[in-house]
Ligand binder design. Structure first.
Ligand code: ASP
Length: 345
């Protein structure tokens, strides 16, 4: 039930939802929050308390950085006990990365952190932003019979679907329904009613303290394989100074070419202590390196399985682990354990 005593903090980072068209160039540019409110007076009709925090200046989410993630965590930590839930307005372009990062940065989360945005600005007649924002706010204010939040996790809400944040990926640059969580059932689907899947939603331990992690290690890279990839391209990636981890996007169930030069570059990187995690370029399904000779080869080299991690979540998890663990064996071990529902093992 939506709790009329709920206090929700709306954090506006930017994104299309609040953008306006530059009359000269025709491009959409971030605009201030008053614009969002003045185009959406209906928001005041919600019967619970909403306060807002504005990033100044608001950004296109393509400009997202580790520093901005740190700022989001800081806003949530400072306000954690004052509010029942948080809604983050965010551009859709990097929303899956931010949602993944926040799921690791906000450890033992006990309150909803719902990210939403829109494909059309809120000032446009056909905007998808109004429904997304109203529903995200209502989900953040929704409580169960014990007065606990219905969704105490980092989630993404877009177009009738509530998804675990670290399972999402942006699939569509055009449709309103831009996100999916291919390997995780939806946390809720909204129509006339909100239909939560309570078996899927994480049940936090309310006796544990929430931990706010501010730092991530940026010494990681994504390497996507493709037919024709050159020795120089792989070598350049694996020899980035200070590199600690690689998200290797492989084919199908975790296969790579058997070329000797590739094997020896990967072997060399692993022998230098670089952690290589295998994620599939396929959206659905999981890495199963034992299935083919080409996958088995990677496994023998010491490439670790990312199972059904998204690229976004694999990257964020590595950034999070490398900041905390100096022992590579520990990073390898924890990479293969679920921490906050990011992987199906
Ligand atoms: N470029 C925009 C952004 O990510 C797109 C959007 O908001 O959907 O900020």
């Amino acid at each position: 039930m939506i709790d009329i005593n709920s206090n929700i903090l709306l954090i506006y980072t930017g994104g299309t939802i609040g953008m306006v068209e530059n009359k000269k160039t025709g491009a959409l540019e971030p605009f201030n929050f008053d614009h969002l409110y003045s185009n959406f007076p209906e928001i005041k009709r919600l019967n619970f308390n909403i306060e807002s925090y504005l990033f100044d200046p608001p950004i296109d989410s393509s400009d997202m950085t580790l520093d901005t993630w740190r700022q989001i965590v800081e806003v949530i930590e400072i306000n954690y006990y004052k509010y029942d839930g948080f809604v983050i307005l965010h551009g859709t372009d990097t929303m899956a990365y931010t949602a993944s990062a926040l799921s690791f940065m906000l450890e033992n989360l006990t309150k909803p952190v719902i990210l939403t945005g829109s494909q059309l600005p809120i000032g446009k007649l056909r905007t998808d932003g109004k429904e997304n924002l109203i529903t995200a706010l209502e989900i953040a204010a929704d409580k169960d019979q014990n007065n606990n939040p219905k969704v105490p996790e980092v989630a993404v809400y877009m177009q009738n679907l509530l998804m675990r944040g670290n399972r999402t990926t942006k699939l569509n640059a055009d449709n309103f329904s831009a996100f999916r969580s291919p390997n995780c059932p939806y946390l809720a689907e909204t129509g006339i009613e909100f239909r939560y899947d309570s078996h899927i939603i994480i049940k936090p331990d309310y006796s544990k303290e929430t931990v706010f992690n501010y730092y991530l290690d940026a010494n990681v890279v994504i390497l996507k394989l493709f037919p024709g990839i050159s020795f120089e391209a792989v070598k350049a990636h694996l020899n980035i100074p200070g590199l600690k981890g690689v998200v290797l996007e492989t084919f199908g169930s975790g296969n790579s070419p058997l070329f000797p030069w590739l094997t020896s570059l990967l072997q060399d990187a692993i022998s230098r202590g670089i952690v290589i995690v295998n994620v599939s370029q396929c959206l659905f399904g999981s890495v199963e390196m034992h299935r083919y000779q080409n996958g088995q080869k990677l496994e023998k080299l010491g490439v670790i399985s990312g199972h059904d991690l998204t690229t976004e979540a694999a990257l964020a998890k590595m950034m999070y682990l490398f900041d905390r663990k100096s022992d590579t064996a520990e990073v390898i071990r924890i990479m293969q354990l679920p921490l906050c529902g990011e992987v199906s093992i």
